[in-house]
Each structure stands twice: as C-alpha cells, then as structure tokens.
Write a protein that binds this ligand. Structure first.
Ligand code: NAD
Ligand code: MLT
Length: 311
C-alpha cells in the first residue's frame, strides 16, 4: 500500500485514478501548520500540493519515507528542488493542464483593466451611477508586450491577435522563425518597455526573473502603460509598481499573484488603479481536473511501473 497525502485543495474527480486504485491510500489534509505537516509527512510516500503548501528544506529533510512530491500545476517555486534532489525525491508537475485557464484569466484581467470593470461594478453596487469616471481604452491596434513566450505567453499572444493588437514577444528561447509563424515581433525587454501599451508577464519565478520588471524598467515604459501579472509574484517589484502607478507612469495594473500570498502590501491591494484577484489563474473546473489527473496518473505510473514522464 502506497500512502499519498494531499495538502492543498485539488479536484476530487481528478484524483480518482489514485483514490480508486487499491494500491493507494489517499488522505486529504489541507491547511496544516508546517510543524504538524512535518510530523505527518513522515508516514507518506507521496505528497500532492498546489501553490499554498511551502515544501521547504526542513520539511523535506524530515520526510524519510517520501519518494514523490507532485505539484498540481506549473510553478514549482514553492518546492525546494535542491533539497528534494539531495534526498532522491522525484518532483513532478502538471505543465500544461492549466495553460488555457491561466491564458483566459490573463485576457479577462487585460479587458477588465482596460475598461475599469471591477471599479465600475464596485461603484454601481454601492449605489452610485457614475459613467464619467470609468471611461476606458481599447485593445484594438494597441501594442502588447509579452514577457515569456512559453505555453501561456504564446496562447495569450494568439488571443490578443484576435483583438487586432500588435504583439511584441520577449523570451530568450523565442526564434525569429517562431515569432514569424505566430505573427508577432521578436523584441528585447527594452523594446517592450519603450513601445508597449500593455505588458503581460509569463515567465517562471527564478533568481533571473525576480524583479525583472523593476523601477528601472518601469521608468523606461511608455507613460500610461498597463501591466498584467498572472504568472508569479516577485517577477514584478511590487513597491516599484505601486510607486509607478501612484505617480501616473503606469495607468493601471492587474495582478493575480503576489510576493506573499495572501498579500500584505495594501498599496497594491487597495489601490483604485490596481485590480487584483487571489491567485485565480488556474482556478477553473476544467484546469483543476486536468492537473489533478495528470499528477495522479504519473504517481500511479511511478509507483507501479517505475516510469517517470517529466520532472
Ligand atoms: P512555460 O515554462 O511554458 O513558459 C515560461 C517561459 O518563460 C519559457 O518560454 C521561458 O523560456 C521563459 N523565460 C524564462 N526566463 C525568462 C526571462 N528571464 N525572460 C523572458 N522569458 C523567460 O510556463 P507557462 O506554463 O507558460 O507558465 C508561465 C508562468 O505562469 C509560470 O510562472 C507559472 O507558474 C505561472 N502560472 C500561474 C498561474 C496562476 O494561477 N496565476 C497558472 C498557471 C501558470
Ligand atoms: C501554477 O503555477 O500552476 C499556478 O500557480 C496554479 C495554481 O496552482 O493555482
């Protein structure tokens, strides 16, 4: 019998291949304190998390039975990969299951930002009828800078083309040929700063991308640029963004992910020009089912046949 613990909320239908499998015993225990989790984890062979559980070095070091850490999603920045590798623990993720969900959330955030939808909703539901305050801008023929042209960045670019936006893409792995095929322009970060009306980031959070969008970058943007982050908190320097919004360099921002979650920076979360959602990019029924299915099937494969499809 292999024991699997799930410590963040994930789709129950998605983990059926585990729960229905007679060789696996699955326990769902969400919201555990780190100390309690460390104690409990000693009894398990596999751990499934989303982004909430911080799988730290300390946690990994005390988990002597653990063989697999599964991330039901893309970003593995909440898992200490070095510590897992040192202990011979396999780390898997679900790289593609939530691409469409995160892409559509990005488009929703861009449109909501352009048309002040959350602010107008708040105004009307508080009893006001104010049409002047919420005049927006169009996406049509505007320039969108996409920083990170991986799965989600590419899908965002495809959809933005449907709105007849001009797309600039920046990614160290983006070739001229690929950009041409997508109908976008391969650009540098500096060109995106100088030319884009909207900028959306879709990189992982790594030491290289931490603070990629910082005070220096923001000072080089077009005045009135709008910025979207549905990737990871920390890629955009939150303090620098708040300052740039408050001094008018940035007209507005739409933020789904934060350096600390839940966020502590009220300059960001209670700013009338910054719209926020609580890390909802992957939160669709379809995506949650797909990511849970993907990691569950992989766990079954690892334990029953020793095969690993991706790490
Ligand atoms: P991906 O791996 O397919 O794409 C990431 C891209 O970023 C790659 O093409 C890579 O070359 C590029 N990149 C890396 N370093 C870069 C740099 N310094 N400058 C420019 N580009 C760089 O990943 P994805 O599935 O597209 O996910 C993108 C991000 O979205 C990740 O951070 C992921 O965790 C996050 N995400 C968030 C949510 C959410 O709920 N908000 C949901 C899904 C994914
Ligand atoms: C991801 O990286 O996949 C996202 O943060 C989605 C999530 O787990 O909510």
């Amino acid at each position: 019998m292999f024991k699997v613990i799930v410590t963040d909320p994930i789709s129950e239908t998605g983990i059926r291949s585990l729960t229905n499998h007679q060789e696996f015993e699955v326990s769902q225990k969400t919201g555990l304190d780190p100390d309690v989790l460390a104690e409990q984890l000693k009894d398990y062979d596999a751990l499934i998390v989303r982004s909430q559980t911080q799988v730290t070095r300390d946690l990994i070091q005390s988990a002597d039975r653990l063989k697999v850490i599964a991330r039901a999603g893309v970003g593995i920045d909440n898992i200490d990969i070095d510590a897992a590798t040192e202990k011979g623990i396999i780390v898997i993720n679900a790289p593609a299951g939530n691409t469409i969900a995160a892409t559509e959330h990005t488009m929703a955030m861009m449109l909501a930002l352009a048309r002040n939808i959350p602010q107008a909703y708040g105004s009307l539901t508080s009893g006001k009828w104010d049409r002047k305050r919420f005049k927006g801008v169009e996406l049509y023929q505007k320039t969108l800078g996409v920083v990170g042209m991986g799965r989600i960045g590419t899908e965002v670019a495809r959809r933005a083309k449907g709105f007849q936006m001009n797309i600039l893409g920046y990614d160290p792995f983006l070739t001229e040929d690929r950009a041409k095929k997508l109908g976008i322009i391969k650009a540098s970060l500096g060109e995106i700063a100088a030319q884009a009306d909207f900028i959306t980031v879709h990189t992982p959070l790594t030491p290289e991308t931490k603070g990629l969008i910082n005070a220096d970058f923001l000072a080089r943007t077009k005045e009135g640029v709008r910025i979207i982050n549905c990737a990871r908190g920390g890629i955009i320097d939150e303090q620098a963004l708040v300052r740039a919004v408050n001094d008018g360099q940035v007209a507005g921002a739409a933020i789904d992910v934060f350096e600390h979650e839940p966020p502590e920076n009220t300059g960001l979360t209670q700013n009338p020009r910054i719209i926020v959602t609580p890390h909802l990019g992957a939160s669709t029924a379809e995506a949650q089912e797909k990511v849970a299915e993907s990691v569950s099937e992989e766990i079954v494969a690892i334990f029953t046949s020793g095969s690993v499809q991706h790490a």
